[in-house]
Design a binder for this molecule. Sequence first.
Ligand code: GLU
Length: 442
Amino acid sequence: MTVITRFAPSPTGHLHVGNLRTAIHNWMWARRHGGRFLLRLDDTDAERSREEYADGIRADLGWLGLTPDAEVKQSDRFALYEARFADLRDAGRVYPCYETAQELDLKRKVQLGRGLPPVYDRAALGLTADQIAAFEAEGRAPHWRFKLDHEAPIEWTDMVRGDQHFDPKLLSDPVIRRADGSWLYMLPSVIDDVDMGITHVVRGEDHVSNTATQLQMFTALGAVPPQFAHEALLVGSEGKLSKRLGSLGISTFREQGLEAIALIALLARIGTSDPVIPVTNAEPLIAAFDFAHFGRAPARFDEAELALLNQKIVHQLDYAAVKDRLPADVTEAAWAALRPNLEIVADIPKWWRIVTGPISAPARPAEDADFLHLAATTLTVLPFDAEVWRALTERLKAETGRKGKDLFLPLRRALTGLDHGPDMAALLPLIGKDEALKRLSD
Ligand code: GLU
C-alpha cells in the first residue's frame, strides 16, 4: 500500500503555526513511508477563498521544502461532488430539509431546556409530499443532511487517540449542502479522500466529531475509510493559540531570518515524547516520526524556544548551505570562525565587519599601552599562520607575566573593538597581519 496523505487548508487566510504543524506531520508521514503528500485547497467557499492566500500557502510550503506531489482545488471538482451526491440521494442517504435557522435554533433550545442533547430530530424525514410542495411553492429551497445509520456503531482506532466510539443516535445528521447549493466541508472532503486514495487523514482534534459522521459517509460511498490521526491542538506559551500567533503568517518567521528547518524541527516534535533537537535537515526527524509518540495534551509553541533552536542550528550549518546568503567575500574559514556568534544567518555582516574593519576600539587604558606595543612588535616577528594567536599570547604571557583576562581582554578589545566575540585564534588569521598590526598600534 502506498501511503497518501493530504494537507487541506482553506485559502481564506495565511497559514499559521497550527496549520503548518499539521502540514509537517502529513508530509513527514508520507516521506517516512515513501508515499505521496498532496495539497488540497478547500476553496468551496467562493466568497472567502482568495488566490492570493493559495499563493501564500504554496510559497510557505515551498520555503519549508514541503513540496506537494500534487495539488487539487475543490472548486475544480464540483461535478464530482454533484455525481456522488446524486448517488447518495438515490440511495436515500441524503435528504432535503426545510427548517430555517431560527426554527432549528428554537428546537435546540427546547431540547437543552429539557436536559436533552441537541440532536436534530429528523422532522424533515416525516414531511409529506404536500408539505414539501407547500415549502417549494413558498420559494423555500431545501438544505441537505446526510442520514446517519443509527444501527451502525461508529468506531475507529485513532493513531493518536486510540480507540474511539460514538453512538450515531447521539449525533445530528450533518448538514452537507446549503439551500443555495453550496457545499459544506464535510461531504466534499470525504469524496476527495476517496477519489485521491488518501490512506491517512492527519488533522487537528477539533475534527474528531466530524470524523465520526464522515466514517459513515465513506461507507455510504462504498469506500474503505482511511486511518485517522487527530493531533492535540497547538497552543502558545501562554496557554492558548494567542490572537497574535494565530494571525502570524509563516512569512513572518522567514522575515525574522529564521531557518525553515528550525520551524520544522520544532513543530515536528512539540507535543510528542521525542525531544526537540537541532538538526540541519529533516531526515532524522522523518526517520523517527511516529504518531504513537504523540501526547494527548496540547503542544506548546514558544517563540523563544524557536529562536534558541534556530541559533543552535545555525551553529551547525555548513558553508555550502549558507554560501548564497553570505556577503561574497566571506570565505569558508570566515564562516567557521563567525558562525558560533550568530543568532540568525543574517547577522553575519555585523561580525564580518570586525574582520574587514574599520572597527572602533574603545579608548585603551594607559596601563595597557606598553603591553599592546609589545604585542605589535612580537607579532611582527612571529610566523603569521593558523597558530599565530597561540604563539602570540604564549610569548606575551612569558614576557609580561600577564594571564587570563589581563592578557586576553586588552588584545581582544584592540583587535575587535569588543569585549566578546568569535574565537580569537580563528579571527586573527582572518584579520590579517597588516590590519592586526595597525589595530594594535592605533
Ligand atoms: N479545510 C479543513 C480545515 O482546514 C480540512 C480538514 C481536514 O483535514 O479534513 O480544517
